[in-house]
Design a protein around this ligand. Sequence first.
Ligand SMILES: [Zn+2]
Length: 294
Amino acid sequence: MTGPGIYTVGDARVACVVDCVLDSFTPQRLLPEWQDDDERLAGQMSGALTTDGRHVLLSIHSWVIWHEGKTIIVDTGAGNDKDRPYAPYFNHIKTPYLSRLAAVGVAPENVDYVLHTHLHVDHVGWNTMLVNGRWQPTFPKARHVFSRKEYAYFTDPANLTKRHRTSFQVQADSVTPIVEAGLSDMIEVTGDEVIPGFSFHATPGHTMDHASIILDSGGAKALFPGDVLHHPLQVLKPELMSVFDPNHELSLQSRRWALDYAADKNAICFSSHFPMPSAGCVTRVAEGYNWRFD
Ligand SMILES: [Zn+2]
């Protein structure tokens, strides 16, 4: 697959497959400390709002990577038919995700690996589909690679708080069926290569064992930062916390690590939630960092 919307990283090609777009968050609800009198930020914000200018656009999507004869998916959106009473924007939604996957030439049975930055509702949903009333693996031949610690955390009843109640439902319908089907490879997040070209790097804060995924192909690098970043404003002002980040200190540390990595290694950044095209570059400027969509 080549053509518009297809990125090249060394020998790899990368495409975005959208699941859905959230447009119900105001900027201040997503980033509670954001002040709209900051002109440098306002310019960056303007491209990431709904047409009425009142809400942020948050894309929920997968990245598909073709590398060394393998088809790899990073994160799998929110999924169809899921019961999400505490996350109403994902409750029993129906999206044409599989048609969009087909449009970039990918059949679910031909996916070799599914890699997860973390195990939240909007990152694991398409792992399973409802078939005859049961949650079946969508990618039946794929190895699903994710943090062992994170799965243990979100399945230990001791951690079942109000904040995590959706995450517990998510494991039950979107992750545990993968584990029970023998399709999971749970890993320690060490920064080591886990499949050819891909490594998982500890960037905790948004979740307890969140990983940023790095692709290295022939020296060219790409960063999949997951939810270390929710919005381009956080590139310009890393100290802006997302409402979804429970551990502010660790989130900021992880965000600075990711921004330094992207800027220093000239790594294209394939974000999890920036509006389309959602990919771009981090550069250093006098005030810190800047973001440019590519
Ligand atoms: Zn997310």
